[in-house]
Design a protein around this ligand. Structure first.
Ligand SMILES: [Zn+2]
Length: 378
């Protein structure tokens, strides 16, 4: 894609273009972003600019043979690495190359793809995605080949924080012996989870959250969203481009969390064991990524309740959430907020550590029932 079509902070686009023009393209760069800031789209536009045969001062031409192949993510010198998991079709040794067409399809449809959307698309149950050792072996074999036609071979790693230690160490060895014909671009949303030795070998490009104006303009220009709507979406999405796009198109995934959390809290409040147990059975099948998201959603919602109780205005909430919040927030107070927060953080940790989801959600539900009955501290 061209820089002009990317929704992202505009100063970072200019800085990236300047690096190419001043011949300062470092062999390994890490786009460090908060989810939804457009890091992947930026990295793709940067790869295209590096290899464009007829670039302008700040952008690729979009029409040369290199641009055309990179626009389709089908360039022989572009190698893509991303997290995968075993699925019904690929029952062992998952790697990026086995999911290439799915990932390319997803990114072409939405270059602001979130990990959650990718996991949902893979239909992975109760497994966590990772970048596996086979991926680094495949990168090594790519490096042994000369660039077919590009100025620079590009190895793009989406979410390197999903590499396990073995994969990271292998990659580290590769980064230690840079190949002048190759540029590594990594798009990272959680750099705390990268080995410090990897961080020390890459140039870090901080990708700032785009401004509401940048998001609104991008929605109007690239997604044909009407001006006024784009403006309000850009304010609602809190800097998350993917969220803005989802809101523009209606969003099933977000509805999933809203509905499930609200039902869960109702069943816990009424301490209806049969309904709790049915709900737990259902949530046990939705996969660990979604289960972790439920925990994160809960933590966020409890905070919104507190903010509301303190009389502050409501930010970034859906209408469906606002209605529920008015009814639910009186039950969230100083007498239980710490307990609830700790319990939901613990839920997140347990799911991450592969705890049995049925047991974990059931125990927590019974505890929530008690916590919601606690009196507010006077
Ligand atoms: Zn071009």
């Amino acid at each position: 894609m061209q820089f002009k079509k990317v929704i992202a902070n505009s100063s970072v686009k200019l800085r990236l273009a300047a690096q190419v023009n001043e011949n300062r393209v470092s062999h390994a760069q890490l786009f460090d972003e908060k989810e939804g800031s457009g890091g992947l789209a930026l990295a793709l536009a940067y790869a295209q600019y590096i290899n464009c045969l007829n670039p302008s001062e700040n952008d690729s031409c979009g029409v040369c043979s290199s641009c055309i192949k990179l626009e389709k993510l089908q360039h022989p010198d572009l190698h893509l690495v991303f997290p995968t998991a075993t699925t019904k079709e690929i029952s062992k040794n998952p790697s990026s190359s086995k999911f290439y067409s799915e990932w390319i399809g997803a990114v072409l449809a939405n270059p602001y793809l979130s990990l959650q959307s990718w996991v949902t698309l893979l239909e992975v149950d109760n497994k966590q995605v990772a970048i596996n050792i086979i991926d680094s072996q495949e990168v090594l074999s790519k490096l042994s080949l000369r660039a077919y036609e590009a100025k620079k071979k590009i190895i793009l790693i989406w979410l390197p924080e999903k590499m396990n230690t073995t994969t990271s160490n292998k990659l580290l060895k590769i980064l230690e012996e840079p190949d002048p014909q190759t540029v590594f671009l990594m798009v990272c949303q959680d750099s705390d989870n990268l080995l410090p030795t990897i961080l020390s070998r890459v140039q870090i490009i901080k990708v700032p959250t785009p401004s509401a104006t940048e998001i609104a303009e991008g929605l109007t220009q690239n997604f044909a969203v009407e001006n006024g709507v784009a403006k309000s979406l850009s304010l609602m999405c809190a800097g998350d481009i993917n969220k803005a796009i989802e809101l523009a198109g209606g969003n099933e995934e977000e509805d999933f969390y809203i509905t499930n959390f609200q039902n869960w809290m109702r069943f816990c409040y009424t301490a209806n064991v049969i309904e709790i147990s049915n709900w737990v059975d259902a949530i046990a099948t939705v996969g660990r990524e979604r289960q972790k998201n439920i925990a994160e959603y809960g933590l966020r919602f409890f905070r919104e309740c507190l903010v509301h109780n303190f009389g502050s205005g409501l930010n970034n909430l859906h209408e469906k959430e606002t209605q529920f919040l008015y009814k639910f927030s009186p039950f969230i107070h100083g007498g239980n907020i710490i307990l609830l927060t700790e319990a939901f953080e613990d839920l997140h940790n347990q799911i991450t550590r592969n705890a049995n989801p049925k047991i974990t959600f059931m125990n927590l539900s019974l505890n929530i029932s008690k916590m919601l009955k606690l009196k507010a501290e006077v």
